[in-house]
Write a protein of this length. Structure first.
Length: 66
């Protein structure tokens, strides 16, 4: 449970970092997101989840990070 809460905290830090460091660029990027089709956003979300799952698999099952 401690690891899970730590990972969630790290996600919040990584998610908040661009808004803190580049607020104007994030506003432009968010405007562009509003103009995208929902199907494009859904596909980007699917790709992000697949990449995240792949990274989890790679770190847990392979010997690359031991």
């Amino acid at each position: 449970m401690k690891l899970l809460v730590t990972l969630i905290g790290l996600v919040f830090v990584l998610e908040g970092l661009p808004y803190f460091v580049f607020p104007e660029a994030m506003q432009r990027w968010l405007r562009q997101l509003l103009e995208m089709q929902p199907s494009q956003l859904r596909f980007m979300g699917l790709l992000a989840m697949a990449f995240g799952l792949f990274l989890c698999f790679l770190t847990q099952r392979s010997g690359l990070f031991h």
